[in-house]
Design a protein around this ligand. Sequence first.
Ligand SMILES: [Zn+2]
Length: 175
Amino acid sequence: MTENIFAHFLENVCSYFEKRQPSINTQDLWYDRARNIPDQAMDWLEKRIQEEFEMFPRNLPSVMWALYRRWLESDPTKQSEKTYFDCPECDGMGNIFLKKYNELNNARYYYVFACARCGQNINKTYPRSRLPQLLKAGYEEHPQIHTPGDVSRNLRSMVAGIGKEVRSDERSQKG
Ligand SMILES: [Zn+2]
């Protein structure tokens, strides 16, 4: 969903339960986790939360994903649309972005893998693997792609470097 639709949804749910809006930081983190839920599901989600919950859900993104799965099941025609689902090992779209230190060149390189846990990324150019195995093999997560506000820009720059090994330059990454 778009950031606007999420903001509107959050405002409605908060006011329904007479809860103060969470901090901008929290809103960004929640949006980041729930952004792959499509716009069309959002009105339905809002109604379900208002009807089925006694109070504001503690872990809103998890509740949204659980309800979204029900939304998909409620109408089989929705299943034919491209749908994403929450996966704890990737970015929710089947991509795992990692970096690894290369001793020979004394530099860190970025890598992209297709998540083998959820299989959402069907692009065959990326090697398929699981996050725990990759971490054991010396790859590191790079938290900057999870920094609220930087997410789309960093993802774009990383996607642009796919297929190549991109020399890590922390300063240019941050703009
Ligand atoms: Zn995954």
